[in-house]
Ligand binder design. Structure first.
Ligand code: SF4
Length: 67
């Protein structure tokens, strides 16, 4: 299973990750990034990997989570 970690100090809330994986990432009303599914199902992993690649700040880290 995959777990998503976000470096909120680096994130500049440009929503590129949300464009790549809208089921997982969105900006809240304060323009703060929200991770809707920190442990996304396998079916979304491709989109999440694309989101991580699309982040210009390299703020998204994908961690193997055995649980
Ligand atoms: S793409 Fe990166 S910088 Fe942009 S909102 Fe997502 S995590 Fe933040």
């Amino acid at each position: 299973m995959m777990r998503i970690e976000v470096d909120y100090d680096s994130c500049e809330s440009n929503a590129l990750c949300a464009a790549a994986a809208p089921e997982v990432f969105e900006l809240d009303d304060d323009d703060q990034l929200a991770v809707l599914q920190p442990k996304p199902p396998l079916a979304l992993c491709g989109a999440v990997e694309e989101a991580a690649r699309s982040c210009p700040k390299r703020a998204i880290t994908l961690v193997e989570d055995p649980a």
